[in-house]
Design a protein around this ligand. Sequence first.
Ligand code: KIV
Length: 286
Amino acid sequence: MRVTIGQLREMKEKGEKIVMLTAYDYATAKLVDEADVPLILVGDSLGMVVLGYENTIPVTMEEMLHHTRAVVRGTQHALVVGDMPFMTYHISVTDALRNAGRFIQEGGAQAVKLEGGRGMAETVRQIVSCGIPVMGHIGLTPQSVHQLGGHRVQGRTPEAALKLIEDAQALEEAGAFAIVFESVPAPLAKLITQKVAVPTIDIGAGKDCDGQVQVISDLLGLYTDFVPRHAKQYAKLADIIRGAVADYSAEVKAGSFPTPKHGYTMDESLLAGLKKRPKAAPPGKA
Ligand code: KIV
């Protein structure tokens, strides 16, 4: 049985912290699921950490669906959230419904996430009314990076702080089942967490949110182009990979890999017979 949005709400009520991680492929998702992580986001961060784009803006629906399907195949218990890419929910509510539906029908996800507060509330309401759970995302919303003037902390002025409170309340009222706060001052995230009944999930918004999310490539030390302040590296996979590739390369060049145990043998007499066989005549000359 997969985790439900009701169980996440109960976790908030009981004060149990919610662990959330991104995943983008079958093998990683399987390991994350086996570690009992209840919430997996197929984030559009895959544009940067998997596909090598400069930001999340070029990510397409087809790319998201491709990776969502892989993550769903790797998981049995986690609730999988598909991140709606830039311009797949902005043009019209009809468009948003169609694309949210594709994440569920074609991707196999159990929920979708979209960026934006009050301005997206009606879209959230409509998607939820189709039976699709929606996770909100406010504060630093990377799809608006050009409007925000970069990846910077949000909610530091009185107006901006008030707007974030209103955004969270509008999303809750529209039926969002959880809200991600990205790069928001910790005391403000704490205040909003107390004001809304739905779980709040932190990424650069402090420990008083109901849960935490990390980009798995940051957590594993795999993506090294840029390490955000809110990321903690629990491993240094980039160093391990570099070392393994260097060792492999050196052994191939030295002729010490492969060894007989990495290959297959055959019957000696069969081989001897094959060696003795006369050369076959070219086709048409027989
Ligand atoms: O795309 C993503 O990985 C995200 C998380 C950072 C919340 O939106």
